[in-house]
Design a protein around this ligand. Structure first.
Ligand SMILES: *Cc1c(COP(=O)(O)O)cnc(C)c1O
Length: 340
C-alpha cells in the first residue's frame, strides 16, 4: 500500500520521466559557468519571470539568504512578516551569517503586511538605527495568495522609501495558477524572487533566484562563500527544466484536490476546518487526541505532521491522486466515528 504523505509538498519523488531527463542531461562545471543545462535553466526562469538574470541554488533557504546578502550589508535591516519563512524558519541566517537585522511585522489575516505598519517601521537615517534597506514578502504565505493589488501597493511603497523588494516565492507558481495569471505578473513588482523547484513542482532538489545582473552577480559570489558552488549540477537542473515543462499547469489539480479534501473533512464531526488555500488544508482536532489520530492514520497509510498545536496542515502534491484523497477521508472518518 502506498503511503499518502500529506506532511508537505517537499516529499514528492522524481517521476520516471523526470529521472530519464536527468540521466540524459549534458553537464559541465557550474562554478566555471560551464554547465549547459544549468545555464539553460537559469536563462529560462529569468525569461519566464521577466528578469535579466537567474541563479540555480541548492535550496530555498539558501536562495533567500543570498538575496538578503545581495540586497543588504552588515548593519542593515529588512522588514519581514513575523510568520514569514525568511524570518522564522531559516535559522536566523540573515542575522547569523550576514549581520542583517530582521524587523518582523505582524501579518494581516490575508498574509499581507499593512503598508501603514511598514511605513511606521522604516527607521530614520540616524546613527542610532540600523539602516532599513529591504522589504521581504512571501507568496503564497501558508497557502494564501497575496492580492495582486496589494503587490502593486507594496511596490509603490518600497520605491517611495528607497527600499529593495524581495519575494520569497517558494510556491510562486501555486500563486500564479490560483490567481490565473502568468508568474511574471507577480514577479514584476519585485527586485528579486526566489522560487523552489522542490515543492509542488516535484524536482528532487533546487531553487532559483532571479533579479538584475548586478544582484545575481553578488548572489553568485555569496553562493560560493556559503558553500553552494556546485559542479555538474546539470543533472538537477534537468529535473528543474522537466518540472517547469510538465508540472506547472497541474498544480491546479493539487488545488482542486485540497478544496475537495477540505469539503469532505468539514463533514466529519470532531474536525474543525480552519481554511483551505491553494494546496493546503488547515484543520483543528482535539489536542488530546492528536497522537492517537496520528497512530490511526499511519496504520491506514496516511502521514501527517503533528506538532504540539491542534492545528494540522495537510498538503496536496504530485504524489497524491484522487484515490489518495478518498483514502485520506476514509482514514479520518474511521478515526472520528469509531471513537464517538
Ligand atoms: C520551503 C520554503 C522555503 C525554503 O526552502 P528549502 O528548500 O526547504 O530551504 C522558503 N520559503 C518558503 C515559504 C518555503 O515554504
Amino acid at each position: 500500500m502506498d503511503t499518502i504523505d500529506l506532511r508537505s509538498d517537499t516529499v514528492t519523488r522524481p517521476t520516471p520521466a523526470m529521472r530519464a531527463a536527468m540521466l540524459e542531461a549534458e553537464v559541465g562545471d557550474d562554478v566555471y559557468g560551464e554547465d549547459p543545462t544549468v545555464n539553460a535553466l537559469q536563462r529560462r526562469i529569468a525569461a519566464d519571470l521577466g528578469k535579466p538574470a537567474a541563479l540555480f541554488v541548492p535550496s530555498g533557504t539558501q536562495s533567500n539568504l543570498l538575496a538578503l546578502l545581495a540586497h543588504c550589508e552588515r548593519g542593515d535591516e529588512y522588514l519581514v512578516g513575523a510568520e514569514a519563512h525568511t524570518y522564522k524558519f531559516e535559522g536566523g541566517g540573515a542575522a547569523v551569517l550576514g549581520s542583517i537585522q530582521p524587523q518582523p511585522i505582524p501579518h494581516e489575516p490575508d498574509g499581507s503586511l499593512s503598508i501603514e505598519r511598514l511605513a511606521a517601521a522604516v527607521k530614520p537615517v540616524d546613527p542610532h538605527f540600523a539602516r532599513t534597506r529591504l522589504l521581504a514578502l512571501e507568496n503564497t504565505w501558508h497557502g494564501r495568495t497575496l492580492p495582486l493589488a496589494y503587490l502593486r501597493e507594496a511596490h509603490d511603497f518600497a520605491r517611495s522609501r528607497g527600499l529593495g523588494l524581495h519575494l520569497d516565492g517558494a510556491r510562486l507558481y501555486n500563486a500564479a495558477i490560483a490567481d490565473g495569471v502568468p508568474a511574471r505578473e507577480i514577479a514584476q513588482h519585485f527586485d528579486s524572487v526566489s522560487v523552489c523547484l522542490s515543492k509542488g513542482l516535484g524536482a528532487p532538489v533546487g531553487s532559483l533566484l532571479v533579479g538584475s545582473a548586478e544582484l545575481i552577480d553578488k548572489a553568485r559570489r555569496w553562493r560560493k562563500v556559503a558553500g553552494g558552488g556546485w559542479r555538474q549540477a546539470g543533472l538537477l537542473a534537468a529535473a528543474g527544466q522537466y518540472a517547469l515543462d510538465h508540472h506547472v499547469a497541474r498544480l491546479a489539480d493539487d488545488h482542486r484536490r485540497a478544496a475537495y479534501l477540505a469539503g469532505r473533512l468539514r463533514e466529519i464531526a470532531g474536525i474543525k476546518l480552519l481554511g483551505q488555500y491553494t494546496n493546503m488544508v488547515f484543520i483543528d482536532v482535539p489536542a488530546e487526541r492528536l497522537r492517537e489520530l496520528d497512530a490511526h492514520l499511519r496504520e491506514a497509510g496516511v502521514r501527517i505532521s503533528i506538532g504540539y498545536l491542534p492545528t494540522l496542515r495537510l498538503v496536496t502534491h504530485l504524489d497524491i491522486d484522487d484515490e489518495g484523497i478518498e483514502r485520506t477521508v476514509a482514514a479520518f472518518r474511521g478515526f472520528f466515528t469509531k471513537s464517538e
